[in-house]
Design a protein around this ligand. Structure first.
Ligand code: SF4
Ligand code: SF4
Length: 182
């Protein structure tokens, strides 16, 4: 069997690329073009004109937040039964399917004879999570969801990115702000 090798030439910079200034001027002209276009249309919108043509809008995040689509995958939570206990039966399906290997579950026997197991601990390391949603898809009990609408995830250490079972059962929307203020 012959293996075909495709040789790709290294792209060399042209004379104009080496001068840099044409590229700098090009970049500035694009930025300036957007600036004047947005300024013009925002002024026209104030005067009630050209309303159909959109201009760029700056959202002052994090003070101002835009609504997320309901299906957006946001920080995880564990759902509860009516008595407040986690719905999770520690089947390990989510831990097994997770491509980032960032779910850590320790199972124990459930005192309810109708339920075989429950999680003793359930941790997710958000520092490794790739937000694929496979854990939610794999769960046979609808015990884990990614619908908290919490996107602010920050910590001062790697350990700070780990959520334990209590945090997963009771998601705190101010989690990131609380962590970064420490
Ligand atoms: S979203 Fe994906 S990477 Fe994150 S915990 Fe779930 S399965 Fe793992
Ligand atoms: S797949 Fe669902 S029930 Fe199974 S361990 Fe994960 S969260 Fe619990």
């Amino acid at each position: 069997m012959t293996i075909k090798t495709k040789i790709i030439k290294r792209p060399y910079m042209s004379f104009w690329d080496n001068l840099y200034f044409p590229q700098i001027i090009k970049g500035i002209s694009i930025t300036a073009g957007h600036f004047w276009r947005n300024l013009f249309f925002h002024t026209m919108h104030k005067l009630g004109l050209f309303k159909a043509i959109q201009a760029a809008v700056t959202i002052m995040y994090p003070e101002e937040k835009r609504d997320l689509a309901r299906r957006t995958r946001t920080r995880h939570r564990l759902t509860k039964r009516q008595d407040g206990a986690p719905r999770c039966v520690a089947c390990m399906m989510c831990e097994t399917v997770c491509p980032a290997r960032c779910i850590y579950i320790v199972a124990e026997e459930d005192p309810d004879p109708n339920i075989e197991k429950r999680p003793k601990s359930f941790d997710i390391d958000l520092g490794k999570c790739v937000y694929c949603g496979f854990c939610v898809e794999a769960c046979p009990e609808d015990a884990i969801r990614m619908d908290t609408q919490i996107l602010d995830i920050a910590a001062l250490s790697r350990n700070g990115m780990k959520l334990d079972m209590n945090e997963l059962l009771n998601p705190d929307p101010n989690y990131a702000r609380r962590i970064t203020k420490i």
